[in-house]
Design a protein around this ligand. Sequence first.
Ligand code: PAF
Length: 280
Amino acid sequence: MKIIQSVAQMVLTMQDFRSKNKSIGFVPTMGALHEGHLALVRKSISENDITVVSIFVNPLQFNNPDDFLKYPKMPEKDRLMLENEGCDVLFTPVKDEIFPPEYKKSFQLGYWDTVMEGAFRPGHFQGVARVVYRLFEIIQPQRAYFGLKDYQQFMIISRVVAPYFQDLKILGLETVREKSGLALSSRNLRLTPKQYSQASQVPELLKKAADMLGKKTLQEIKEWFKAELSKYSELRPEYLEFAHADTLQPFVEGDTPSKYRVFVSFYAGEVRLIDNMAVQ
Ligand code: PAF
């Protein structure tokens, strides 16, 4: 596996692959890799000649400085995991090269940035869009892979960022979960055992909430969910929303529930977690 830090070297390496007609699959990450990331890497390896993984903890997408500082970092373990999977190139750029002072690109995110994660994390998606655009520009992949745990991010990247790049396909892979049901997240590493076990109850509650859609009013479902979470001393709900899978528009009473997904964000201790699933 090649490990490349410099942007110039990355551009040259990618040009070389392209000149040999190699297809390039790309998995952008912030490191602290887990099975969810590895599922993306495996998918990319199965669909492309060359798989590139980037590890860059993007300061622009952290609206909370403490979350940025405490974001888990384990470069050596990440490198070994990627090598084991058969990743071809690991790109580990530095901030000054990803965001040079002359890099001014910004995006009109519109409605997507006003709901759920957009509403609770001001500036987050602008930061995500800016880094992903820059990485696409450098790597110019044919395919890029994202986990659907960050469903809203997936929508914004597919609909707003990717259209700037011809022939780029964005693929979303279902959330990988622990046996307990908890969605894998690098932030899970920050949970105490008690927080971990309490957070593991949330996916089941989310599924129950999804099953109520169309049978109870939104207000009843939200109140029920809040009351359930309040039984756990370490958990604090932030939002529970039902949004259309293609538009993220809120649920309209009377509409077909299966067009929607249920989205949650909550705190376990100080750690903010998100999850979502399709309404069946
Ligand atoms: O999903 C993530 O890990 C990040 O938001 C991403 C896409 C790597 C951009 O920094």
